[in-house]
Design a protein around this ligand. Sequence first.
Ligand code: GLN
Length: 280
Amino acid sequence: MTRRQALDRARELMVAKNIESAALEAELLLRYILEIDRAQLYTDLDLELTPRQEKSYHRSIERRLQGEPSAYITGHREFFGIDFFVDENVLIPRPETELLVEQTIIRSKNYAAPLIADIGTGCGTVAISLALNLPDSRIDAVDISGAALAVAKLNCRKHNVQDRVRLLVGNMLGPLPEPADIIVANLPYVRSAELPRVNTIGFEPPLALDGGRDGLDAIRAFCFQLREKIKPSGCLLMEIGVGQKEAVTDLLAGIFPTGHIEVIPDLNGIDRVVGLSLSQ
Ligand code: GLN
């Protein structure tokens, strides 16, 4: 079977299972099996797979057809142009979270050598993307899951930022040894009743997604801890879900009556990032 035939067959099977971006996923999994990049794959689509490659590809497509996300099959996911290790102990980084990183980079220009805290770091995507783009920053990255932090540690080493990213296990802001200039958070915010609609459900850790009845359990608890751990001139950037803007901005305005609150929509027009600045 040639590369082209393998790709076509995999794509058809995935389309039949209503898997979005079937062509892209077929390609991603084949590149993973062949250990080659995109350009190498397309230089010669008529090249034959070895029987062993064919078998491995078949096996990974089977896993994908059973619903397992390709990021867990390959053990990798790209975020902010950076390659991250992932496994079933961490949430798979979402493209919309890149907005959180972009906004944090913009705000960081107001601080010299900022101390940033990333709450709910998971495999470390936000913390490490910030560390790589803000060479003068230091980052405290917190997660309640030790298993998630083990993955974050691998990613810190992979990207050589272990000297500037401190990994702390514990509940939200609790483990932070000192107040931060910038606090950034992507907490679980999916409403419990909507969890079955998340298409990676059954594979991703519910701990990273489940925000309780209205999706705001973790965000509320986090906001009430903020005052202690944010510097007087600090700012907050937090990811939220569909329809959560009012509740979250009201909550923050109640806690920080003089703070300046802003909401930034993602590329789909969904209010996705809430920003709070205490200095202006
Ligand atoms: N955006 C994710 C989803 O809808 C949720 C991530 C989160 O809860 N922080 O799948």
